[in-house]
Design a binder for this molecule. Structure first.
Ligand code: NIG
Ligand code: FE
Length: 421
């Protein structure tokens, strides 16, 4: 090493507010705990080899013993927040769908557009026609954009392939993004996203996914989870049960699209089958909330989708008051949420879901990590966790981070110990 210095030692001093520091990573924050997201005023943080080494209040700063290879950043009151954890994206897709955006402005609904062959099937057609290399290049560009916005871990779903080869192509691209080691990338097999033309029923298509595609996905080690769009007009409770049981036998836990348009028993079913998360939940019945309050299953709200499609917002306040470890993610996809902006998603958690800023931050970091089984690695800045963080512009308080809802807050982003340009 140049000058014999050890690589990657960084000290951030005089931090206005340091969020997410602790001696041990938090597994999740549930209900009333969310407001207690750790915050230290006037703080320091030490990083080595891409991991958090130590930190605390400036009043207890032990001083610098070893200056070798040490980069010192004077935060001058700027805040340090953990990088966002985006636990639900469809980042791998072929192309945007702004034509449908215009159709909706002119009065068509999302479901009407889908019924005319737009929607997911439109994206599937474009994806099948695209080479793996081109899909990889466009997906990498998107991932880098998210990283520059302060996202430090993502989940990526398949579901625009809808046949064996194209689903494998999507998941291979997602795995290649993860293999770059820039940020953690978890993958989810969503073959049951829509029923393509040529199938007689959702049940028949689901059997094909279970018998032909799932085994190939597992064989090649391409997925960490399974997902299905459990919704009227897409896949029903029977298909959901069959797929989740088959996936569980092959070691894949479930993260399920459910209750986007209707509450029809999907949430209790997913809880019964031990799903890791249930995502969307724009429409929730009282019994769904009761089930979730007593379950390990994490509810994931996707407020950018509600904003973009003009749907109800997930009742975040109700879920937190019921004791749930609510997470917030973007749902980044070309049809219902063409944005990977976690800052905006978290701010909408306050503006439209009734969360206080600290609760929304917890939902978009610690609980996002829990929804991906990545709690020991990301979501906070505890000793041993990945040094992935945002150094903000000067903020007067932690609350201001989400009060400033449309403007970027990160002046610099550090991911796994590396500053982005
Ligand atoms: O999470 N609801 C299902 N799937 C996506 C949208 C997919 C699309 O429109 O392309 C979602 O909203
Ligand atoms: Fe989604």
């Amino acid at each position: 090493m140049e000058n014999g210095f050890a690589p990657g030692r960084l000290l951030i001093k005089d931090i206005g507010y340091l969020v997410g520091f602790g001696k041990e990573p938090l597994a999740r924050l549930s209900g009333g705990e969310m407001h207690g997201l750790p915050v230290i005023g006037d703080a320091w943080l030490a990083i080595e080899d891409g991991r958090v080494m130590d930190g605390g209040a400036m009043a207890d700063f032990p001083g610098i013993v070893d200056w070798n290879g040490l980069e010192v950043v004077e935060a001058s009151g700027r805040c340090v927040l953990p990088a966002w954890v985006d636990s639900h994206t469809h980042l791998v897709h072929a192309a945007s769908r702004e034509g449908e955006f215009v159709d909706r402005i002119r009065g068509l609904t999302y479901q009407e557009i889908a019924a005319r062959g737009g929607g997911i099937l439109n994206s599937a057609e474009a994806l099948r026609a695209m080479s793996e290399e081109a899909l990889y290049a466009t997906s990498l560009e998107r991932m880098e954009r998210l990283m520059r916005m302060g996202t430090g871990a993502i989940e990526v779903k398949s579901g625009y392939g809808l046949d064996l080869e194209s689903e494998l192509k999507m998941l291979r691209v997602a795995r290649r993004l993860g293999a770059l080691d820039r940020i953690p990338v978890k993958t989810t097999f969503l073959g049951c996203h829509a029923v393509p033309a040529g199938w007689n029923s959702a049940a028949e298509y689901t059997q094909y996914m279970i018998k032909e595609v799932l085994p190939a996905v597992v064989e090649e080690g391409l997925a960490d989870h399974v997902d299905i769009f459990c919704e009227e007009g897409y896949f029903g409770l029977e298909e959901t049960r069959m797929l989740l049981e088959a996936a569980r036998l092959r070691g894949l836990p479930a993260k399920v699209h459910v209750n986007q348009f209707k509450a029809s028993g999907g949430v209790p079913l997913c809880v019964e089958l031990g799903a890791m998360s249930v995502d969307h939940l724009e429409v929730l019945a009282a019994e769904d909330v009761a089930e979730l309050s007593a379950a390990e299953t994490i509810p994931v709200a996707l407020p950018l989708c509600s904003l973009f499609l003009d749907l109800p917002f997930t009742p975040g306040r109700t879920l937190v008051d019921a004791g749930c470890a609510l997470a917030i993610a973007t749902d980044f996809n070309p049809g219902s949420a063409p944005s990977g902006n976690m800052h905006l998603a978290a701010a909408l958690g306050c503006l439209r879901m009734g969360l206080e800023p600290r609760e929304a931050l917890a939902a978009a970091t610690v609980n996002g990590a829990a929804a991906l089984g990545l709690s020991s690695e990301v979501g906070g800045l505890a000793v041993g966790q990945e040094a992935s963080l945002m150094l903000t512009r000067p903020l007067r308080s932690v609350e201001e981070a989400l009060y400033a809802f449309g403007d970027p807050i990160a002046e610099r982003v550090l991911l796994r110990g590396h500053w982005l340009d």
